[in-house]
Design a protein around this ligand. Sequence first.
Ligand code: ADP
Ligand code: MN
Ligand code: MN
Ligand code: MN
Length: 355
Amino acid sequence: MRQAEFLWLDGALPDQQVRSKSRVLVVDESASFDPAAYPEWGYDGSSTYQASGHDSDLVLRPVRVVRDPFRGGDDRLVLCEVFTPDGTPHATNTRARLREVLDAGGAKQEPWVGFEQEYTLFAGERPLGFPVDGTEPRPQGPFYCGVGADRIFGRDFVEAHTRACIDAGLMIYGINAEVMPGQWEFQIGYRGIAGESPDVLNVADQLVIARWLLRRVGEEFGVEPRLDPKPVKGDWNGAGNHTNFSTAAMRSRATGLGAIRDAIERLAARHDAHIAGYGHGLADRLTGLHETCSIHEFRSGVADRGASIRIPRSVEIEGAGYLEDRRPGANCDPYTVCALLLETVCLTDRKAVSA
Ligand code: ADP
Ligand code: MN
Ligand code: MN
Ligand code: MN
């Protein structure tokens, strides 16, 4: 017997949340990481903003299985796509659209991705580290990558989440304390470890699972991680989800920087389409201040944290690597972000883009 926690994205637009419920079943050890070894299952879509009460049954189809770091042992987390009973992807199933883009040719260029998920820990209505009397903390500066009880808030939570990601077998790359008190980041995706597959579908799935773990670990600590892109108005950094992206051509020394510059040209031509799909409330964060570029502008630069697209200094020196899209908000849908990057960088005919 094993417990499988089925995870799926609900219809709470514009910020879809991860829901889950558990099933006790028998699955052979040898197939226990194979999604096809798990049954399809149903749920009440009228309780997740995905159906009306009159016709509410929706279908969960398992697509990715990892270890369950809470229950341990034989238990698993089973990420699912949502389908309607006639077998078509539900309107909120953005993963299906990413699969289409991959099948339409996006996969040919071997796209890899790594996300930097920023988030803010809330205790009640204020971030951790914000005085309960409603006054402001001292200005930002000492908090980023800091240490000490006067500047770090929520370390135990972060340690537990990192451990949960490792135990689940996710490709967690690292973590750091961010610029605003109570704000943190974890990265997930490419980490240069042989045998791992940082392809976009796998990494986007892992980010969704890591976000579920974030809230699940929060239950243990009585804190609520939020993905709000601008959790505190005023002179405080917002929270983003920088998306690091590469194709085989970008990673090759023979073609690297040329392919990166070509991708940036294509991205420049579709700035508005990307902004529309990079998460809601983005205008509050992309102001041109606080390490962002204005939402109305597209700029790129080497080592420039005020640009829309940054080429890391190390990539320029190497002559190959990846680019960083700094625009996505913390609450972005990783499937939509990847689908847009693939459409723009890998699919569209160059002439069609600049026309
Ligand atoms: P930053 O300097 O912007 O804070 P981080 O150290 O937080 O960057 O994160 C680096 C990110 O870059 C990670 O998510 C990692 O997976 C990603 N990354 C590194 N190399 C590649 C690559 N070749 N293709 C795609 N993503 C990559
Ligand atoms: Mn980072
Ligand atoms: Mn960051
Ligand atoms: Mn970054």
